[in-house]
Design a binder for this molecule. Structure first.
Ligand SMILES: Cc1cc2nc3c(=O)[nH]c(=O)nc-3n(C[C@H](O)[C@H](O)[C@H](O)COP(=O)(O)OP(=O)(O)OC[C@H]3O[C@@H](n4cnc5c(N)ncnc54)[C@H](O)[C@@H]3O)c2cc1C
Length: 478
């Protein structure tokens, strides 16, 4: 006997939207989260650790898909787009379209209110410890209530929206659909400050009120990037992410022992415009560190009685680490499909598969290609990135890649790009290979298995190609 139709574990972005979607679809929904209402959606003791930037297209999607219109003050300020700068700052590509800087704590409270108003029950102060599994399917969750007492809740479907460290996903029985863990090579260690600052002059390569800035720089942020995202008032969200292996190589070659925390402080000090920073203590959300995945989402997002959305399924965009949009998109879709499964009285994997297909159509079909591009990018040092951003790609081609589309780049059509230097020419040949595999990946994901029966064969091809890419491109920051 089930207590609920659908249990949503974790009331972050993906969880609250999944709850709203399922409740609107007529399901009896319970949302469990470890924090109280004022701290709902908080990822860790460090706060709602995030760059807070999201593209307008994602905000528009949830309005259309689920009827939620976000406005100020959740949408703190708007920006024209994301500018990606080369290490020497001479080259700038405009990625993504218009977007917003969000107030994450306020966003989380608006989202859980939306879920409650849509009919979901919400229980804060509940620590979810794992799934209840019976006869090979998930039938609920266990954990602890606010007094520390063991609790169990049963449901027809559990939606796992616990974030990157999900205690449910990690405890699923080993299976071919959902991976229990994410490789450390596919994780960025990240941190950021939200702070007030005094502007020391103006230079839009370092701070641009109208744009989110990303600094590619393998010495400052090995295997990742630094960011300066404007916020309202004289405030900024400034931080960086690194990949562990790249950081180790960079430290060894530079004879340094820099940690993530030290690199963030060095990055802030490097910026000549953002000066005299003072941490913004609002909601105790000014300084924080956390991890984010930069791979394609798990090849399947469902298991019998189980669906996953957001960071629990490694959904952030592999090149930008933007996970807010995917979490919103997946949450809204997962909730809807769960309600349909409840109405059909079928929580089996065949029925839930339509969530895989829908997510893939709306967003997921480009992420494997972007993962390939991310792995390629991590194999380039600063000199090659500088050179590549001026010679390999036109701005239009770079924009195409950021959207997950693959431009036509072949030796034959690049005779106009006069290249010099052996390592530059090799890096360009690597780019041609990378673009070829990206195209293949897009093709594979555009032919995502229509049902679980053809999954094994499809997954083996994806894994093989990705393995080849990882063998060819090794992190090489310096
Ligand atoms: C430093 C950093 C910068 C980033 N910058 C950006 C950016 O600028 N733009 C962007 O789009 N994305 C960014 N991301 C990624 C983005 O923040 C995430 O993708 C997004 O928060 C995912 O939402 P989610 O709901 O899936 O998971 P989460 O936000 O992690 O929410 C999980 C929820 O589950 C709860 N929970 C977890 N475990 C338990 C448990 N055991 N029991 C009960 N409750 C639990 C948590 O308290 C939380 O409420 C960044 C990430 C980091 C770390």
């Amino acid at each position: 006997m089930s207590d609920y139709d659908v249990i949503i574990a974790g009331a972050g972005i993906s969880g609250s939207l999944a709850a709203a979607g399922a409740a609107k679809g007529g399901a009896k929904v319970l949302v469990l989260d470890r924090n109280d209402y004022s701290q709902v959606g908080k990822k860790t003791n460090w706060g709602w650790v995030c760059g807070d930037a999201v593209a307008k297209t994602h905000i528009d999607f949830i309005h259309k898909e689920i009827g939620l219109r976000l406005t100020e003050p959740v949408l703190d300020i708007s920006v024209e787009g994301v500018q990606v700068l080369s290490p020497d700052l001479t080259r700038k590509f405009q990625f993504e379209g218009a977007g917003y800087s969000l107030d994450r704590p306020k966003l989380a409270r608006v989202l859980i209110d939306f879920a409650k108003n849509s009919g979901a029950d919400y229980m804060p102060h509940h620590e979810v410890e794992g799934p209840i599994i019976e006869d090979g399917k998930v039938v609920g969750v266990y954990g602890r209530d606010e007094k520390g007492a063991q609790v169990k809740y049963r449901s027809k479907i559990v939606i796992d929206t616990l974030g990157i460290a999900s205690t449910i996903r990690r405890k699923l029985p080993q299976n071919k659909y959902i991976e229990n863990t994410v490789s450390t090579n596919d994780i960025e260690s990240t941190g950021r400050y939200i702070c007030h600052f005094d502007a020391n002059g103006s230079d839009i390569n370092y701070y641009d009120k109208g744009n989110a800035l990303i600094h590619l720089n393998q010495q400052l942020a090995p295997g990742g990037y630094g960011w300066v995202f404007p916020k309202s008032g004289n405030r900024v969200n400034i931080g960086l992410g690194v990949e562990k292996k790249s950081l180790d190589i960079r430290n060894a070659k530079m004879n340094k022992k820099d940690t993530l925390h030290m690199l963030i402080d060095q990055y802030v000090a490097w910026n000549p415009v953002v000066k005299n920073i003072k941490i913004d203590e609002t909601d105790a959300n000014g300084k924080g560190y956390w991890s984010v995945t930069v791979r394609r989402q798990f090849d399947s997002l469902v298991f019998p009685g189980y669906m996953g959305a957001g960071d629990s399924m490694a959904m952030p965009n592999p090149i930008s680490a933007g996970g807010i949009g995917p979490a919103m998109t997946a949450g809204a879709i997962a909730g809807k499909v769960a309600a349909e499964a409840v109405a059909a009285n079928d929580a089996g994997i065949e029925f839930l598969w339509k969530y895989n297909i829908r997510y893939n159509e709306v967003y997921g079909n480009k992420t494997a290609g972007l993962e390939v591009f991310r792995i390629y990018l991590q194999s380039l040092n600063n000199g090659l990135i500088n050179y590549g951003m001026s010679k390999f790609l036109t701005k239009e081609e770079a924009i195409q890649i950021s959207y997950g589309n693959v431009p036509e780049i072949t030796i034959a059509n690049t005779f106009t790009k006069v290249l010099s230097g052996l390592s530059n020419i090799n890096a360009f040949k690597d780019l041609i290979y990378c673009v070829k595999v990206m195209k293949e990946m897009n093709g594979l994901y555009n032919n995502y298995p229509k049902d679980p029966r053809s999954f094994d064969e499809w997954k083996a091809i994806v894994n093989n190609r990705m393995h080849e890419v990882k063998e060819r491109f090794r992190p090489n920051p310096i």
